[in-house]
Ligand binder design. Structure first.
Ligand code: ZN
Ligand code: ZN
Length: 163
């Protein structure tokens, strides 16, 4: 009675050992496969991100080379609504881009450095491709003094010790 039971026990234990080995081998293989898959995904993501960064950097460099201004920079330029009741010589404004006269209610942009004025929509289209005044080719942008003041203010803020 004890002999068959021990035979059965030993057989079942041998079987379970083999099954356990098989299971361990399988899980080991699955673990390695998962790790490889994870590595591959990580590699693909990294290279894609790097390529996107390189592409966006190239696009920014191309925009710089072409000299176009960003929409934010264009929107930051001083704008006013043209009105004829200002009177005097300022009443007539010829837009050099479309060669048309500004009419009351037209949006007009005045470039801060050279003071030339244009229809906002006319000069916006130009400034998206260039960063110079279409009349005198002076560089458009915030006056150098304002930039210097801002930089100085930032430097002062950094120099101050935390309270
Ligand atoms: Zn115009
Ligand atoms: Zn100008």
């Amino acid at each position: 009675m004890s002999s068959p039971s021990s035979w059965l026990f030993s057989d079942s234990s041998r079987y379970s050992t083999r099954a356990r080995l098989l299971f361990m081998g399988l899980s080991f293989a699955i673990g390695i496969l998962t790790f490889l898959l994870y590595l591959a995904l990580w590699y693909i993501c990294t290279t894609r991100r790097r390529r996107q960064q390189r592409l966006s950097a190239a696009a920014a460099a191309a925009a710089d080379a072409a000299g176009g201004m960003s929409a934010d920079a264009i929107a930051a330029l001083p704008t006013f609504t043209f009105s004829v009741d200002g009177g005097g010589a300022a009443a007539a404004l010829d837009c050099p881009v479309c060669l048309g006269q500004a009419e009351a209610g037209d949006k007009v942009r005045r470039l801060p450095k050279c003071g030339h004025a244009f229809h906002a929509e006319c000069v916006d289209a130009w400034l998206r491709a260039h960063s110079t005044c279409p009349m005198c080719r002076a560089a458009v942008g915030p006056p150098a003094a304002a930039v210097a003041t801002k930089a100085a203010a930032a430097a002062t803020a950094e120099a101050l010790p935390p309270v």
